[in-house]
Design a binder for this molecule. Structure first.
Ligand code: ATP
Ligand code: MG
Length: 546
């Protein structure tokens, strides 16, 4: 057999000029490069308590905490864990840890004791940062782990200042009398060293620790900030972008695309510790946001919630969605409900890609995921038996492979998973898609979620898109369930608009009229809500148990 792996044929290159300058700069130095220009501007404000930091204060506080971390028992390359909601101190800890040469793992604060324990152990955590209300849980998750005594540093989030015995107070590590200096040069951390160790969402299998270097992150910050994508988004001494921090910052979309990108340009970030429609409305009423970074379920919520009016987002010039598939119907509804002059764009990526790979240009349809960001290449690799492993051409569907400076170093302590996921320096995304002659990428869903009906492949997202056009349906998810004769058959879970009923057979017929015979629905089940992750992904494994 001919080995076509990595052949030069059908490799799609980014159309944008290469960027440079990401090889030899640390993340924190990149973030702070221009901070002196807007020292007096507000950098972070907490929506719940109103506590805030100017850029000058933020820079100084991070420097002090970095000094304390360096003077502690933690050594460069040790892992710290942040288990916090979106609060200003999360940002201080992350940036100080970057500067002190530590590796930071990010843990979803609503994780169970079991999940926290698993990640703390897997990441070889040496210290934990959290808030008083999470302390008991976290103590319980590490108690059974007798081998190491983990220091827990308590963050005063303004709601409960009482000190807990046996813990360290974050405030004590960033006191006024502590020296503030830039130390990255002195400890000689390499730009190839791991700076963040987030865990993938675990949508398909168990979450895996993703090792990103300083270079990975800085490259992706530069790739994503290309002015082609975000026209007119900038900050200066005279103008400040106002950006809500509503997506969780333990996930890269929130941390890199929103938080770090906008800190670099001096924006004001409004932290929302806990997302709810109420809190989001309050945020929009109190801050005239200029940019919105959201995920499909938030778009859905904005459409459905009558209390959110076009006036709430009249100051928004750019909205970006990503992290989960976006239905065309959804975007049409959003546009008709909020007719504003804003640009609407979609990005595609993964934690392993630090996280961005492609993005639409403004004024382009968001049915696609757009163009490759600079310095990035893509190929679509056949998953069919007869052409397996071959690079496909335009309009042919296969697995998306990505190569570029943003591709992770590998999975932490997991050479097997790394080997399975990498083909040389190409990252195999596990997503299916195709591209046009112009290099525009369309996503078809995940290869592992494909439903196999009598040997035919059915993409759940395709059926979901069809069903979205049926009346009275509020939300939808399709999975494959076992079938004696067909192997698998599609099953639809639907959430209805309040006070309505549907005829399940009519829905099946509606779908049957619009798709090939083998794609027809076998079953329909009405449920209260579709289980989703914080980044908006359908948790299909949970549906299997319903
Ligand atoms: P795990 O790898 O542990 O199963 P995960 O892949 O869900 O978890 P993330 O890294 O958060 O974890 O998500 C990346 C995935 O999100 C992509 O591989 C893709 O399936 C999906 N995704 C991201 N952006 C988009 C988008 N714009 N449209 C459709 N899907 C997207
Ligand atoms: Mg993944």
């Amino acid at each position: 057999t001919v080995n076509l792996k990595g052949d030069a044929q059908n490799i799609v290159n980014s159309k944008l000029p290469d960027i440079s300058g990401f090889e030899n700069i640390h993340v924190h130095d990149f973030i702070w490069e221009k901070v002196g220009r807007w020292s007096n501007h507000t950098a972070l404000v907490c929506l719940n308590t109103g506590r805030s930091y100017t850029y000058g204060q933020l820079r100084k506080t991070c420097g002090k905490l970095a000094t304390s971390l360096r003077k502690s028992k933690l050594l460069p390359g040790d892992t710290i864990a942040i288990i916090l909601p979106n609060i200003p101190e999360f940002v201080i800890i992350a940036l100080a840890a970057n500067e002190a040469g530590l590796r930071t793992t990010l843990i979803n604060p609503i994780f169970t004791t079991y999940e926290i324990k698993r990640q703390i152990e897997n990441a070889d955590t040496r210290a934990i940062f959290t808030i008083p209300t999470k302390y008991i849980d976290i103590k319980a998750s590490i108690e059974k782990n007798s081998k190491i005594k983990l220091p827990i540093i308590i963050v005063n989030d303004g709601t409960n200042a009482s000190s807990i015995s046996g813990t360290i107070q974050l405030d004590d590590l960033m006191r006024d009398d502590i020296e503030d200096f830039s130390i990255s040069q002195k400890i000689g951390i390499s730009c190839k060293d791991t700076v963040f160790l987030p865990y993938s969402s675990g949508t398909v299998g168990l979450p895996k620790g993703v090792e990103s270097s300083h270079r990975n992150i800085v490259a992706n910050l530069l790739q994503g900030m290309d002015p082609t994508f975000f026209p007119g988004i900038e900050a200066s001494e005279h103008h400040q972008e106002i950006v809500p921090l509503i997506l969780p910052i333990y996930h890269y979309y929130g941390l890199i695309i929103v938080l770090y990108s906008y800190l670099r340009i001096g924006a004001k970030l409004v932290c929302l510790p806990q997302f709810s429609a109420e809190a989001f409305i309050k945020l929009l009423e109190n801050h005239r946001c200029t940019v919105l970074h959201i995920v499909p379920p938030i778009i859905q919520m904005m459409i459905n919630n009558e209390r959110i009016t076009p006036r709430h987002i009249e100051s928004v010039r750019l909205t970006l969605t990503g992290a989960a598939p976006l239905g065309e119907k959804l975007i049409a509804n959003f546009r008709s409900r909020f007719t504003t002059g804003m640009n609407f764009i979609q990005g595609y990526g993964a934690t392993e890609l630090s996280p961005l790979a492609t993005i639409t240009h403004p004024n382009m349809s968001t049915a696609s995921c757009g163009y490759l960001v600079p310095n990035t290449q893509m190929r679509i690799v056949s998953t069919q038996d007869d052409t397996l492993g071959r690079n496909l051409g335009p309009h042919e569907i296969g697995e998306i492979y990505i190569r570029g400076p943003q591709v992770m170093k590998g999975y932490y302590k997991n050479p097997k998973a790394t080997a399975d996921t990498m083909d040389g320096d190409w990252y195999k995304t596990g997503d299916l898609g195709h591209y046009t002659e112009d290099g525009i990428l369309y996503i078809q869903g995940r290869s592992k979620e494909l439903i196999k009906v009598k040997g035919h492949q059915v993409a759940p997202t395709e059926l979901e898109e069809v069903i979205r056009h049926y009346d009275n349906i509020k939300d939808i998810a399709v999975i494959g369930v076992a079938h004696e004769d067909y192997g698998e058959i599609p099953k639809a879970f639907v959430v209805l608009k309040s006070g309505v009923k549907i005829n399940e057979n009519e829905l099946k017929e509606f779908v049957a009229k619009r798709v090939a015979k083998y794609k027809q629905l076998g079953y329909v089940q009405v449920i209260e809500s579709i289980p989703k992750s914080a980044s908006g992904k359908i948790l299909r494994r949970e549906l299997e148990n319903l």
